[in-house]
Design a protein around this ligand. Structure first.
Ligand code: ADP
Ligand code: MG
Length: 246
């Protein structure tokens, strides 16, 4: 469905992505794991046309999309939930969802999408008239995801949805992502929360300094000494591994 080959993206003269190649198949939940500054956000921004790659190609359902405008890319079915959940804080919850559905002209279709998008988030359906800026961090994240779902995307890009949330809400967000995946939504998830992300993903890519240095399924990555060292802390991994498996 999505295929990136040899993508290099620059900020001025600084190269942020060094020949990144990755793929997402229909129905998959794929995650990109990496520390702060690894280039995770840049990958998503490059896919949805906010930044243009200098080299390489990106295909979406066999159509080339690098160098297309962000709006064109949204219309093709790629929705992006950016870092730090940029909702419209002055608008109500419902108005935010309305903005998410800006491309939908048909009233009945809009109502149907609204129902569907909010069905995953019972907490939001009770708060339609609340100003979005007054929601908790976790609720704002849910709103940001619900807003992206209004267009019933073929591919949903999620940029660190768990960042800054309490452990309980992190759990809730990951459960929702898992449910969306099970409901058939294709997802490319960017995360620093390696444990949680790998647990629900079909496939993972590990990114360091703009390069993909490892990729594999949960089991394959779990077997990698380097992943355990980097993300689980030496000596602790046996204990953590038990937690993973439980
Ligand atoms: N707008 C920008 N201008 C210049 N450099 C940037 C910009 N955005 C990101 N970078 C740099 O690109 C690299 C990758 O950043 P980013 O994709 O945001 O990483 P991540 O999302 O993994 O934390 C970092 O070194 C960062 O400082
Ligand atoms: Mg980022």
């Amino acid at each position: 469905m999505l295929k990136m080959v040899g993508v290099e993206t620059f900020y001025g003269k600084i190269k942020a992505l060094h020949g990144v190649s990755l793929g997402v198949e229909k129905g998959q939940l794929v995650c990109i794991l990496g520390a702060n500054g690894a280039g995770k956000t840049t990958i998503l921004k490059t896919i949805c046309g906010i930044t243009e790659p200098e080299y390489g190609t990106i295909h979406f359902n066999d159509e080339r999309i690098d160098h297309k405008d962000p709006e064109e890319i949204i219309k093709m079915g790629i929705s992006h939930v950016p870092e730090n959940r940029r909702i419209f804080p002055e608008l109500t919850v419902d108005e935010n969802l309305l903005m998410g559905g800006f491309l939908i002209k048909d009233k009945d279709l809009f109502a149907e999408r609204f129902e569907k998008a909010t069905a995953h988030f019972p907490v939001l359906s009770k708060r339609g008239s609340q100003q979005a800026g007054t929601l908790s961090g976790g609720e704002q994240q849910m709103l940001a995801i619900a807003r992206a779902l209004m267009l019933e995307p073929k591919l949903l890009l999620l940029d660190e949805p768990s960042l800054g949330l309490s452990p309980k809400l992190v759990q809730e967000i990951f459960t929702i992502i898992k449910d969306l995946h099970q409901a058939g939504v294709t997802i490319l998830l960017v995360e620093q929360n390696v444990n949680q992300a790998l647990k629900i993903a079909d496939y993972g890519y590990v990114l360091t300094s703009g390069k993909i240095f490892l990729s594999g399924t949960y089991d394959e990555l779990y077997e990698e000494e380097k992943v355990r060292e980097m993300y689980l802390g030496e000596g602790k991994y046996v204990h953590r591994a038990r937690l993973w498996r439980s």
